[in-house]
Design a binder for this molecule. Structure first.
Ligand code: FCB
Length: 452
């Protein structure tokens, strides 16, 4: 079989870009917004590598019209963004904040008037601080507050927004925030992390039917998981078991409840007394059918057994001589995306899938000609798009692809040290410059195909 020179995607395939509220909005005290866990975390000395915060970042709260003009000029017709819960409920419950709802009304209207279809994520990590003070995601009441918030937002925007994502990357919320302490709220306890993961997944399951009915005709609901392709470092039984544990903690712990109705038995056993408090009905709620699975894919992991390693007794092995231009920890491996899609298809009953994030950070700087020549990102995007194309050809139901990110932004604990955008942002002047990759991607969006 010869590979065609142009890869053409199915008709109606959704090409777009993604962002999230805290990473781009700024305006943290505007329109009655309350504090979130990321405001206090980023303002705590030592937490963010370059001492920055999301106070202003891309100033998108004020510049969204111009940003969406730019998006339209590139021909992007699908946009994944997130809603800041603390704009809608600045205090933990009660009446929603009209100015917060109004901001997203205007934002969504601005998309619609430019022919850009909104894909809204309800939780991309900015938990209202009052809820954290009441136990955050360890408290089952937070799941109920999430359902109220989801209902309020979908009732308000559901006439225009048809694609909803409950959560972005529950694994990261739970583990990076509560075991590794690198994200808000900055805790370091395994039992807490597992309980957080459980309540987040519960809140997802409880919100799905609410969003579907409040969202009106045509509403589709999904969840975004960050998945990795995992391989053992050698063929030794120890390394194979270690890779399976990593896969269990990272992938299966979050996919099995959605599609199989339970946590994987091997991992429940591994976690023992640290496993979460599961109440009757929880697993049934989590299994509520979804309309699509969002997958964020960045890298492959090679895993070795290591008794002195992390909570899984594993160690990540960095293969020498594989490209990782922008981020030491993330090897570039498009084959892993292909394999992951084929695997999800086989193990989880061929769900509808969107790639909701995929991208790479580079040291992008405008050159003497004022342009940003990010050839390595074009390579990255084309190789990953080709992997998606191949997976579709081999039976995966992938319906869209969103690159991370539309523009450079505040990269959590890494501050402004990592640039992922199709559009370069000068954070001192707020000037936007479309990178070469932005122009390349615009053509892919227009043509629904690209030459290889
Ligand atoms: C993902 C996050 C996203 C961004 C990218 C680089 O884990 O969902 O907000 O930080 O990584």
């Amino acid at each position: 079989m010869t590979t065609p020179r142009t890869l053409t995607f199915p008709r109606g395939f959704a090409w777009g870009a993604a962002t999230s509220s805290y990473q781009i909005e700024g305006g943290v005290r505007e329109g009655g917004r309350g504090p979130s866990i990321w405001d206090t975390f980023s303002h705590t000395p030592g937490r963010i590598i370059d001492g920055s915060t999301g106070d202003t970042t891309c100033d998108h709260y004020y510049r969204f019209e111009a940003d969406l003009d730019l998006m339209r000029s590139l021909g992007l017709q699908h946009y994944r963004f997130s809603i800041a819960w603390p704009r809608i409920f600045p205090v933990s419950s009660g009446t929603p904040n009209p100015a917060g709802l109004d901001f997203y009304d205007r934002l969504v209207d601005a998309m619609m008037s430019r022919g850009i279809e909104p894909y809204a994520t309800l939780y991309h990590w900015d938990l209202p601080l009052p809820l954290q003070d009441a136990g955050g995601w360890t408290n089952r009441d937070t799941a109920m507050r999430f359902v109220d918030y989801a209902r309020t937002v979908t009732e308000h925007l559901g006439d225009r927004v048809k694609h909803w994502m409950t959560h972005n990357e529950p694994w990261v919320s739970a583990f990076v925030g509560n075991l590794f302490g690198a994200h808000a709220p900055g805790l370091t306890d395994l039992r807490t992390a597992l309980q957080v993961a459980h309540v987040i997944m519960l809140s997802h399951g409880l919100a799905v039917p609410v969003i579907r009915s409040a969202g009106g005709v045509g509403a589709r609901v999904g969840i975004v998981q960050n998945l990795e392709w995992v391989e053992p470092a050698s063929s030794s039984p120890e390394d194979i078991a270690a890779a399976r544990r990593h896969d269990g903690a990272f992938n299966r712990w979050f996919l099995d409840p959605l599609f199989k109705g339970g946590y994987p038995a091997d991992m429940r056993e591994w976690y023992g007394a640290d496993a979460p408090d599961v109440r009757p009905g929880d697993m049934e709620a989590m299994r509520t059918p979804i309309d699509f699975l969002g997958i964020n894919y960045y890298t492959r992991r090679i895993i070795a057994h290591d008794r002195k390693g992390d909570f899984l007794h594993v160690r990540k092995v960095a293969w020498p001589f594989v490209p990782r231009p922008g981020y030491e920890e993330w090897e570039i491996n498009p084959e892993g995306l292909y394999r992951l899609l084929v695997r999800v298809n086989a193990d989880y009953g061929r769900p509808a899938i969107y790639i909701t994030e995929n991208g790479t950070p580079l040291d992008d700087l405008p050159g003497a000609d004022g342009a940003v020549h990010d050839e390595a990102r074009i390579q990255y995007l084309s190789r990953h798009a080709a992997a998606v194309w191949q997976a579709i050809k081999d039976g995966a139901d992938v319906q869209g692809y969103f690159t991370w990110s539309f523009m450079d932004n505040f990269e959590w604990n890494l501050g402004f040290t990592k640039r992922f955008g199709l559009v370069h942002v000068d954070f001192a002047t707020q000037a936007r410059t479309v990178k070469d990759s932005g122009r390349w991607y615009a053509r892919l969006c227009r043509e629904n195909a690209f030459p290889i």
